[in-house]
Write a protein that binds this ligand. Structure first.
Ligand SMILES: [Zn+2]
Length: 535
């Protein structure tokens, strides 16, 4: 009965027409393959409406459902004589791709929930950010095997066909120790017929993990951090970009790699996830705007004046706070966006660092770069020994802010790389072929779409015993970092309060906060909360 319903569904959905066209391409090529691969798009609502049993079967047993489609398609090929070269049903490989899944919790696979349910090989939705990405390599889609016993009927024809299944390793498809199911003689692969496809391994993390990469998070909840492996095959290879947020549909699987088992997801569809823009402006801000609408400066000035009153008293660091707010509103996930990179020259590093950290936490993609790691994408070996490009801080901060701390602590080569990224907004990763078992060297260019924040501790020049030149009044000492790098930043801010004469409100603030970190010291902090600025 299911076969009948499948035929009706394919006919009504236009799937049959597409199948006939795909067959025509194979037939016209006149080439004989071990496996003929077909993609069938499934609309779960439509198919469940047509027949609930079949809809349920596709959603919960997609691999078995694909076998029923396989036999329907084989009958279609034979009755309509669609592909002359095709001989057996085993040569047809069907990939079912649901257009969407029912929006119910049981179809969602959270990458941060524990335990991770990878045991049932059915369709799930998941979402996350691409943190690492491998190069595109080949895998065996299908292979033809022949029995080595000449008198056996399986020593010819297309009877022993092996096809890749979700979650299976290469050795499950092709190996040398398979035996004939008729006579138990060893099987041998007919290499002429091996069908290769593209494969790309991608690591994805739950977007919540970005909270852990902020300086100190407003959200104090605990969670588990783990990247998950996704397999992108054939038409999906190169469909993801490192640093982007995606929604995927896929089938979880467990890959056995020696003694280790790795949970992974075999992806069937990829969709870019677009976060909703600011949807809400608090009543207090709306009221303030109406009060200050007579002047084009007043609203902005008040906003900057009271910003971050949890960290510094209102009215202090106003120039810097205005620049921070400008840089914050500049963040978006658009290509070719405008960036406002901030460089602050200061001896007052404690307060500046707290201020930048606080501001960073207002963004979903605010990343505080840990000094011990790489700022820009780097290459490393994945579990299988292939090259994998790691996103690192700058790419994870895509469409947000990457705060790289004190520049004077970085070595010359890192500073040069930073300068080139500030100028070109791209960085190039070199993958030596030899090291990663590939024939040719590869270069991958990754775009860096983030605003950079940094500061330079001007006091460190005296610590480092750097000879200070005589400066004219009004001229700044930027000898700590290369002048070209300073130029790369969009805005340079010289510190307003040198540490030896911190204003008394700042000192009061720091002391009071040290005694009672949760204290609300100003009325403005109650009226315009961190959450209001975040929104
Ligand atoms: Zn045999």
């Amino acid at each position: 009965k299911m076969k009948e319903v499948i035929l009706v569904y394919l006919d009504r959905s236009g799937g049959l027409q597409k199948f006939v066209q795909d067959c025509k391409k194979y037939n016209d090529s006149k080439q004989s393959y071990a496996v003929y691969r077909f993609i069938i798009s499934i609309n779960p609502s439509d198919i469940t409406e047509l027949d609930a049993t079949l809809g349920n079967y596709i959603l919960h047993h997609p691999l078995q459902a694909a076998q029923i489609f396989q036999s329907v398609c084989f009958v279609a090929v034979k009755t309509l004589s669609l592909i002359e070269q095709l001989q057996t049903e085993a040569q047809i490989s069907i990939l079912l791709k649901p257009t969407h899944l029912p929006p119910l919790p049981s179809y969602v696979l959270s990458l941060s929930a524990y335990p991770f349910n990878y045991t049932s090989p059915r369709f799930y939705m998941s979402e996350g950010i691409v943190i690492a990405m491998g190069t595109v390599t080949k895998y065996t889609q299908g292979a033809r095997f022949l029995c080595t016993e000449e008198t056996c009927p399986f020593s010819e024809g297309f009877r022993c066909i092996r096809v890749h299944c979700p979650g299976a390793t290469e050795s499950a498809t092709v190996r040398t120790d398979f035996v004939c199911s008729l006579c138990s003689s060893p099987l041998q692969e007919d290499m002429k017929f091996r069908v290769l496809g593209d494969k790309q391994i991608v690591e994805m993390i739950d977007a919540k993990i970005l909270n852990a990469l902020k300086g100190y998070s407003i959200d104090k909840s605990h969670f588990r951090i783990q990247a998950f492996t996704l397999f992108l095959r054939d038409e999906l290879a190169n469909k993801m970009t490192i640093g982007n947020h995606y929604r995927i549909i896929g089938i979880p699987a467990c890959v056995q790699n020696g003694l280790q088992a790795t949970a992974c997801i075999e992806v069937t569809s990829v969709q870019l996830y677009k976060p909703n823009g600011p949807s809400f402006v608090s009543d207090n801000f709306k009221y303030l705007l109406s009060l200050t609408s007579s002047s084009c400066w007043r609203f902005t000035a008040v906003l900057a004046n009271i910003f971050a009153s949890q960290v510094v008293p209102p009215g202090t660091y106003n120039t810097l706070k205005l620049a921070i707010l400008l840089s914050l509103v500049q963040t978006c996930e658009k290509e070719n966006a405008d960036y406002l990179d901030l460089l602050i020259m200061t001896s007052d590093t404690l307060v500046i660092d707290r201020l930048l950290n606080y501001s960073l936490c207002l963004l979903p993609r605010g990343i505080r770069h840990p000094p011990s790691s790489d700022i820009f994408p780097s290459v490393s070996k994945d579990k299988h020994g292939s090259a994998s490009i790691q996103a690192c801080s700058a790419v994870l901060a895509k469409g947000g802010i990457c705060y790289i701390g004190d520049l004077s602590s970085y070595k010359k080569d890192k500073l040069e790389l930073l300068q080139s990224v500030l100028e070109s907004r791209t960085t190039t990763v070199f993958i030596p072929g030899k090291k990663y078992g590939e024939e040719a060297d590869q270069q991958v260019t990754v775009s860096v779409q983030t605003n950079f924040w940094s500061f330079v501790d001007v006091d460190s020049s005296s610590k480092k015993n750097i000879q200070k030149e005589n400066f004219l009044i009004g001229q700044m000492d930027v000898s700590l970092i290369p002048f070209n790098l300073v130029d790369g930043f969009g805005l340079l801010i010289y510190n307003e309060f040198p540490s030896y004469r911190l204003s008394s409100p700042v000192v009061h603030h720091i002391l009071k906060k040290a005694i009672n970190p949760e204290a609300i010291l100003y009325k403005a902090s109650q009226q315009f909360r961190t959450q209001d600025y975040e929104e």
